[in-house]
Design a protein around this ligand. Structure first.
Ligand code: CTP
Length: 131
């Protein structure tokens, strides 16, 4: 039996890569279900981020993974508490580049930061495509 029932994680998942896949697989090993909140194009532009792949396609890729139960949309920074409550999540996970940033969610569920896969990121892929 897995320790948690439903995990949730958030991300942009642009130019889907092995670091994304490994993170999602590791989360799904901890919980029976995994909900993934994919950031909308509008939210990315608020954050000053431009995606190569539009939201609907990033969502379709994540939704096709065996380790993912459900994909939802991330529209703003504030929705995390209400998502955790609405979807009855007992685990919140992010890569450790976010270490400590979401500890305010600890009254609502377990919060875990997993080590990132080294040597790969969307930013690095974008840079190498430009060269
Ligand atoms: N992630 C990871 N290992 C990597 C890259 C990302 O575990 N090598 C994790 C992040 O920590 C986050 C999730 O994947 O929890 C989604 O990250 P995202 O920001 O979409 O991917 P990055 O490749 O980090 O994108 P960017 O370079 O634009 O920051």
């Amino acid at each position: 039996m897995k320790k948690f029932n439903r995990a949730i994680t958030y991300g942009t998942f642009d130019l889907f890569h092995i670091g994304h896949l490994r993170l999602l697989k590791r989360i799904s090993a901890l919980a029976n279900e995994l909900y993934v909140a994919v950031s909308s194009d509008e939210f990315n532009s608020i954050k000053g981020k431009t995606c190569v792949i539009p939201f609907e396609e990033r969502k379709e890729i994540i939704a096709a993974l065996n380790c993912v139960t459900q994909v939802i949309k991330e529209d703003n920074w504030e929705q995390k508490i209400s998502d955790i409550q609405k979807y009855h999540c007992d685990l919140f996970v992010m890569g450790d580049d976010w270490e400590g940033k979401f500890d305010f969610l600890k009254p609502y569920c377990e919060v875990i930061y997993l080590p990132r896969t080294q040597g790969i990121s969307t930013t690095a892929i974008k840079k190498s495509m430009k060269q």
